[in-house]
Design a protein. Structure first.
Length: 79
């Protein structure tokens, strides 16, 4: 049982040795809220501005299930 986490380029600095192709595989991820996974990875919660689960928009309150792909992004804007 596992959950795969993929990080946008701006969040990768919080994950040493991040593998772009594989992401981060968390064997203990299922059953935890995305907010808890973010905390356990030491990513500042205010930096995560977008959450996708299995390529669909989601929220940090989502409880991860076995096999989920969770994509976390930090989106910046400007003009």
């Amino acid at each position: 049982m596992s959950v795969t986490i993929k990080l946008s380029p701006l969040l990768r600095k919080y994950a040493p040795d991040y593998d772009h192709d594989k992401g981060i595989v968390l064997a203990d991820g299922p059953g935890k809220k995305v907010s808890r996974l973010i905390q356990e990875m030491d990513i500042p919660k205010e930096r995560v501005t977008s959450v996708l689960v299995n390529h669909m928009p989601s929220r940090t309150g989502y409880v991860a299930k076995d096999g989920d792909l969770v994509m976390l992004a930090m989106i910046i804007g400007g003009g």
